[in-house]
Design a protein around this ligand. Structure first.
Ligand code: GLY
Length: 304
């Protein structure tokens, strides 16, 4: 029985679109890509796609990755500019090159080849206003690119929300994908966990997981890979997210502002978070419609 899960309340768009693919006997990979494209298309979502917040220089730089658990193949792009659908570009890397990850200028070249390049990217009006305010708030006394700018900017960075999606199809194949504009007003060239296989996403034939939150913390723990490893050892998705978030939290370092969602081959799902609030959306044959689950932080972490 197919199942699809996605991060945050805007994950509903990914789940609805991906579910159409799955219920027409489409693959988990197609469902994840189609679902994430839908979120990338929505310019009112400011943490994903070309409607996202820019880096400190006012340029939108995007990260995305996709992984096919049935073949253990993955594709990823990071810090790409002027790309409409980074998730599709990531899939092109996976299926049309012998590489896993392509960044920067090389990724832009690929985007041109595959018709994913957008000549002009304009910041959304509200995003532009916020960015201008942000720049003013830095009240720089010295030249841009100085150490002063870096330290002021770093102290003001704010967490944002990645679209992460995991699906299992009728044939039991599992896929996972992520897409984000990264940390709001990040330093130019900063890359978070989302395009890093093992950190932002992982899938194999036993399960799949994606993470969201502060990439700098998620990357240190290699969160998605660890969760899928626990699933491969026999835990359910729900047990796996609990065990891993509990372990990270007990460790006491770099555990804040992160969440992980997971799905196992028995179509069981789970999510755990150290956010104050975290939401995720699920659809499966046993549900009438996509359902949003809310995690409220009660202790140090919560698992669904
Ligand atoms: N979790 C996404 C990022 O930190 O960029």
């Amino acid at each position: 029985m197919p199942t699809i899960i996605a991060t945050w309340n805007f994950g509903i768009k990914a789940v609805e679109t991906g579910w159409k693919v799955l219920s027409n006997e489409g693959s988990a990979l197609d469902a994840v890509e189609a679902g994430i494209r839908e979120v990338e298309n929505d310019l009112s979502i400011h943490s994903v796609g070309l409607g996202g917040y820019p880096n400190i220089e006012g340029v939108v730089e995007l990260d995305a990755a996709i992984m096919d658990g049935s073949t253990l193949s993955a594709g990823s792009v990071a810090a790409v500019r002027n790309v409409r659908h980074p998730i599709t570009l990531a899939r092109k890397v996976m299926e049309n090159t012998s590489h896993v990850m392509i960044v920067g200028e090389g990724a832009t070249k690929l985007a041109k080849i595959f018709g994913l390049y957008v000549e002009e990217v304009k910041l959304q009006q509200d995003v532009k206003l916020e960015w201008e305010k942000f720049k003013e708030s830095l009240s720089l006394s010295s030249k841009p690119n100085s150490l002063e700018l870096l330290s002021k900017a770093l102290s003001k960075q704010i967490v944002h929300d990645t679209i992460g999606c995991v699906a299992i199809d009728k044939f039991g194949r599992i896929a996972a994908g992520t897409s984000t504009s990264g940390l709001k007003f990040k330093l130019t060239g900063r890359v978070g966990d989302s395009p890093i296989v093992g950190s932002g996403l992982f899938a194999n034939s036993f399960g799949g997981a994606t993470a969201t939150g502060l990439g700098e913390n998620i990357m240190i723990h290699n969160l998605s890979r660890l969760v899928v490893e626990r699933i491969s050892e026999g835990l359910s998705a729900r047990e796996a997210v609990k065990v891993e978030i509990e372990r990270i939290t007990k460790n006491g370092k770099r555990f804040n502002e992160l969440a992980v969602i997971a799905l196992d081959k028995n179509e069981l799902f789970g999510a755990a978070s150290t956010f104050d609030k975290f939401e995720f959306v699920v659809m499966s044959d046993s549900m009438k419609r996509p359902t949003t689950f809310k995690l409220e932080r009660k202790h140090t972490f919560v698992a669904f």
